[in-house]
Design a protein around this ligand. Structure first.
Ligand SMILES: Cc1ncc(COP(=O)(O)O)c(C=O)c1O
Length: 500
């Protein structure tokens, strides 16, 4: 046991170097102060501007996906709305991408860049849609591809959706390493990167996230062409935060500053994603709170030193919906609009139905329908799997749903509701994580009593920065960075830091 622990520790100790070599970005050059880093500098460092990203995507069949008006679902929202209420609902159909999801936008520049740099293969750690996207792009470029997937519980049983996505990756020629749930995924991933010398096509590099900016711009341009104005709201399914970050950056680039950006996740509160016993008790493998909340409040938990996905910078609102509501809307989309799409996008659709009822009927709301559906994602195998795992499936009031114990499909669509998360609460949690992350990165022990005061006996840089004791000091750049990260004023950041 000790030798495997040692080798685990030895590999982990080299993780910064391994990642740097496998991504080709020196993240340290963007760091300053205790916490700050130059986010925009990092985003620009790829050398691929918006036009070039778009032209790569066009060359490899990515993007330019259709935008459709959902007239029958709009009528359903209006049926239960007050007079004059019920926004028009539109759908951006990302299933039309080559690998069947918006993740193709993320993979396109990464894989193209890997080939330009002379890498012979690419690796991605993913639950599947992104793996399929990388595999599909790698096939087009003639590169090898390895996908590392957390697939089974300790009994060797896998969620139908994850198992299906593994097959999709294999269909594009990728080698898929299917692991059981647990902490070894990152270790295996690092060893593979080192052993193969392949490119880390991480979801969270600037190559990946800037690829989604085209989605925001397209969505805006199509809405303008169709309705004469930018959308009033866009609902984006949120997990690791790249979807929201890229879409919002694209909308800002298109000058759509008044469009409300709403994150939506499936409520899986109470389930622990790293727990073997909980692993197969969720019907949704992405777009749920088990990823959405941790990544929103600590984006740098990803597989690169600094994530390019920073959703708290951009979200105006964050809502959750329940599993039963998403299953219901999946069927409603098929029955009312003749479209079968996957669960991740229908999370946003369920939220949009509820939010449209709050909005005026002259307003518009766009749903990002982010993925295809297929055998394992379909609601029948999902609900059958839930029942096999002892989960009660029934119709009733979705508020009675208990994640991991029951799935309650609404007796009537008027019961579908979007629950608002408290953004100030998420901001506080973000600050807490940022401080802990800085301490770890700079080798500071947590102070006995939390303090933002400078110890400053050995300033680490000319700009001020941390002292050698447990307390951290914060430069003006740190405060400005945290303000941008949390969309708060510097004063509010100071107050939140005082609470630490
Ligand atoms: C189909 C689909 N939609 C939405 C998301 C959420 O995207 P993000 O992780 O960038 O928040 C994912 C990511 O796993 C996905 O695969």
């Amino acid at each position: 046991m000790s030798s495997s622990v040692e080798s685990y520790e030895a590999v982990m100790a080299r993780k910064g170097e391994i990642i740097r070599n496998a991504v080709g970005i020196d993240y340290s050059r963007f760091e300053s102060g205790s916490i700050a880093f130059d986010y925009e500098g990092m985003m620009e460092s790829t050398g691929y501007g918006f036009d070039e990203v778009r032209s790569i995507q066009q060359r490899y069949g990515v993007g330019n996906t259709p935008l459709l008006e959902l007239r029958n679902i709009t009528a359903l929202a209006r049926r239960d709305a007050a007079p004059g209420k019920g926004a028009r609902i539109f759908l951006k159909d990302e299933a039309a991408n080559p690998s069947g999801s918006f993740k193709a936008r993320r993979a396109a520049t990464s894989v193209c860049h890997a080939r330009e740099l002379g890498f012979t293969g690419v690796i991605a750690a993913t639950s599947g849609n992104y793996g399929a996207a990388v595999a599909s792009q790698a096939a087009m470029h003639g590169l090898d591809c390895i996908v590392v997937q957390e697939c089974y519980d300790s009994r060797g049983i896998g969620q139908p959706e994850i198992v299906e996505k593994a097959r999709k990756c294999e269909a594009f020629g990728a080698e898929v390493l299917q692991l059981t749930v647990g902490p070894e995924l990152f270790f295996v991933f690092l060893r593979l990167l080192e052993g193969t010398g392949f490119f880390n096509a991480s979801l969270y590099t600037p190559f990946g996230v800037s690829g989604i900016e085209t989605l925001g711009v397209e969505l805006h341009d199509q809405m303008r062409a169709l309705t004469g104005s930018a959308p009033d709201a866009v609902v984006v399914t949120n997990a690791g935060g790249g979807n929201l970050t890229g879409t919002a950056r694209g909308l800002h680039q298109a000058e759509a500053r008044d469009t409300e950006i709403i994150a939506a996740s499936v409520d899986l509160s109470g389930l622990n994603m790293a727990d073997d016993a909980h692993f197969n008790r969720k019907s949704f493998t992405t777009g749920h709170t088990g990823f959405g909340i941790p990544f929103t409040t600590f984006p740098d938990r990803s597989d690169v030193p600094r994530s390019a996905a920073r959703p708290l910078r951009y979200m105006d609102r964050y809502v959750t919906v329940r599993q039963g509501e998403v299953f219901y809307m999946t069927e409603a989309l098929a029955r009312l609009e003749g479209l079968e799409r996957g669960p991740a996008g229908n999370t946003s659709l369920a939220a949009a139905l509820a939010i449209a009822r709050e909005m005026d009927n002259s307003q518009t709301i766009v749903v990002q329908e982010t993925e295809y559906t297929g055998a394992g994602k379909h609601l029948q195998p999902q609900l059958a799997f839930a029942r096999e795992n002892g989960i009660e499936v029934r119709f009733g009031d979705p508020r009675e749903e208990a994640p991991g114990t029951s799935i309650v499909l609404p007796q009537d669509p008027s019961m579908i509701a979007a629950q608002d998360l408290n953004l100030d609460d998420l901001r506080r949690r973000y600050i807490k994580h940022a401080v802990a992350f800085a301490r770890e990165r700079l080798g500071h022990a947590a102070p006995a009593s939390a303090s933002t005061a400078a110890a400053a006996s050995t300033p680490a840089s000319a700009s001020g920065a941390p002292g050698a004791s447990g307390a951290l000091s914060f430069t003006e750049a740190d405060i400005e960075f945290l303000a941008a990260e949390t969309r708060s004023s510097p004063d509010a950041v100071e107050r939140m830091l005082q609470e630490e």
